[in-house]
Design a protein around this ligand. Structure first.
Ligand code: G6P
Length: 611
């Protein structure tokens, strides 16, 4: 969702800004703009559509001459994608310009107040009020002016700000939207996210709420809201540049699917291995055995695919530990006044660590004195920093909007957690534990093997590029797998698809089955095979074409399916990690076959920082 960048230094700013924005494209956007101080004034160029248009308009940034600037990719919230609504926004004489990620919630009130004072607005955005407010409160000191404005605006924001009168400085501030800054070899850079600065530095400063940073050519100064200077420590980013590049693959999504064996392996065995002498050890949990034994209830809260990982987590953790687990969508959880039981914990799962609803759920739990564990991919992100403890998924940077490797790593984190709790609470025998550890260790190679048979899935997918509706069915963990498989297909191919608990289909949805409708059935839970086979027979007898994804050896399924994909044997709790691979490939190849923009599907954002 919206990305901001800023640069000041020895180089020409515009190419640095365009390059930074390109690295933030994955966040999702529909227009873009940059502003550069050209020695006399702040010059702006904006355009609707892809960044390519902005690059063309500025001849790759060469027509905007100047060494300081800010830039923005906009994902429309207030007002349609248009040049007027694109950022940067500016005050009446263009001497103050602003880029913004987030939402100013009280913008209507401020807009009216400013209009009454004669300010004219050029856009429908919430952001424009910030530019005019900066003008209204301008004291001659950028810092004190910014602080005055912060006291008026509500909502979430990461702002990049330039004042024509102070061309040697670029300012940034944040509340609840991500913002990082770093030194480059010849200047300083700011951005919404790490990939935009990786080319220049691996040492970044995470800006906290209400911290203000002033970037100059050769220094950065941090302030709090009382104008006191702050000392901040940088964080070293371990990802290398190649990890955030496409590396010869046609799409990031394909590359990231291929990185799943590594993501899984790194999450089981990070530098501080989570398997030690036949036991699962999660040091970062910082919970004593006593704390773990006392847990009465677990709430898993997340959005999108992270929520789907959570649904699997429920089956695994309940199965292994017998601790009741509730799984909730963060956007629902945060507004339903959840009843927190004593001795409960909340697990927030998030790839980005910035999802607004997940962050709000985390804060609600903490305000109620409930311990929060984050399962997070982006190191140093808001959820990672605000949770009581954080268990990182070591998937590395994920760029494609549709998650694959981060989801796979989230599953592993949940398995490890279930195994660890079971071991501490004595709900698992040693034999069972060692067989689980053995099966876990095999997953990376098994995933690799499934990826190697991609051509077979591709051939099958090619038959379905014209499909109108697809249904995914399964029971238990197979239902959780179906939820994710269905989302993968619909979000990138724009084909309507639904996931159904197999037994629920006959309560209405089966009326949608017509001659040739594709129904994908997942059967990896032995005790449920027969039940799901009956549901396959029901849809097939109504004309459905049935694809089955099942475990090697379950040949019985062939009598009820038109096409079968087998996955290797593993423990019943781990089957999601394998069954999802051909289904991710299926979604991917259908979307490629239809010519869709796989990495940047329409209307979607990777990091959803608004609710
Ligand atoms: C967006 C992404 C999904 C992701 C969801 C939750 O919708 O496109 O892939 O699952 O947000 O994001 P998070 O970063 O919290 O995992």
């Amino acid at each position: 969702m919206c990305g901001i960048v800023g640069y000041i230094g020895e180089q020409q700013a515009a190419p640095v800004l365009l390059d930074g924005l390109a690295k933030l494209e994955y966040r999702g956007y529909d227009s873009a703009g940059i502003a550069v101080y050209n020695g006399h004034e702040i010059e702006m160029v904006k355009s609707v559509g892809r960044l390519k248009v902005l690059s063309e308009l500025t001849h790759d940034g060469t027509t905007l001459v100047g060494k300081s600037g800010i830039g923005h990719t906009r994902w429309a919230t207030h007002g349609s994608p248009s040049n007027d609504n694109a950022h940067p926004h500016y005050n009446k004489d263009g001497s103050i310009v602003v880029v913004h990620n987030g939402i100013i919630e009280n913008y209507m009130k401020i807009r009216k107040m400013l209009q009454n004072k004669g300010y004219e607005f050029n856009s429908d955005t919430d952001t424009e009020v910030v530019a005019h407010l900066l003008d209204y409160y301008y004291t001659g000191s950028p810092l004190s002016t910014i602080i005055k404005v912060l006291q008026r605006i509500e909502g979430s924001y990461a702002l990049g700000i330039m004042f024509k009168e102070f061309p040697e400085q670029v300012f940034a501030v944040r509340k609840d939207s991500p913002l990082i800054v770093g030194h480059t070899k010849d200047g300083n850079i700011l951005a919404s996210d790490v990939p935009a600065v990786l080319k220049y530095t691996r040492s970044v400063y995470f800006i906290e709420n209400y911290e203000i940073v002033c970037l100059e050519k050769d220094k950065m100064t941090f302030y709090n809201i009382d104008e006191d200077e702050l000392e901040k420590e940088p964080t070293t980013i371990e990802w290398d540049v190649a990890a955030a590049e496409k590396g010869g693959y046609e799409h990031y999504m394909l590359k990231e699917m291929y990185e799943q064996p590594k993501a899984v392996k790194d999450t089981i065995y990070p530098s501080d291995s989570r398997i030690v002498d036949g036991r699962v050890v999660i040091k970062e949990l910082s919970m004593s055995d006593e704390d773990i034994k006392n847990i009465k209830k677990i709430y898993i809260v997340a959005c999108g695919s992270a929520y789907h990982a959570g649904v699997t987590g429920k089956y695994v953790i309940e199965g292994l530990t017998r601790i009741p687990v509730e799984v909730d969508l963060a956007s629902e959880f945060r507004y339903r006044s959840p009843i927190y039981e004593d001795n409960s914990i909340v697990i927030i799962i998030s790839q980005s660590g910035e999802t607004a609803d997940s962050l709000a759920a985390l804060r609600d739990a903490r305000e109620h004195g409930v311990r929060v564990l984050g399962i997070v991919n982006v190191v140093g992100s808001s959820i990672a920093r605000e949770a009581d403890s954080v268990m990182y998924t070591w998937a590395g940077p994920e760029i494609a909007v549709a998650t694959t490797k981060a989801y796979s790593a989230q599953l592993i984190a949940l398995y490890l957690l279930g195994m660890n709790f079971a071991q501490v609470r004595n709900t698992i025998t040693e034999d069972k534990m060692s067989s689980l550890i053995k099966d876990l260790a095999k997953l990376p190679d098994q995933i690799e093997m499934l990826l190697a048979s991609k051509e077979k899935v591709q051939r099958f997918a090619n038959r379905y590029i014209a499909a109108q509706n697809v249904f995914f069915i399964g029971r238990g963990i197979d239902y959780a797998i179906s939820l994710e498989a269905s989302l993968k297909l619909k979000e990138i191919s724009y084909i309507h698809s639904e996931a159904y608990a197999a037994g629920e289909l006959k309560h209405g949805t089966i009326s949608l089955i017509e001659e040739g409708t594709l129904v994908s059935a997942v059967l990896t839970q032995e005790h449920l095979y027969k039940k799901t086979i009956s549901n396959m027979v029901e849809v097939r007898s109504r004309g459905a074409f049935v694809l089955a994804v099942t475990t090697e050896g379950n040949t019985e399924v062939e009598k009820a399916a038109d096409y079968v994909i087998y996955i290797p044997q593993t423990n019943e709790y781990f089957t999601n990690s394998l069954a999802i691979i051909p289904l991710q490939l299926f979604g991917y190849y259908v979307a490629v076959g239809k010519g869709c923009d796989v990495d940047k599907p329409r209307n979607l954002a990777k990091s959803v920082t608004v609710e």
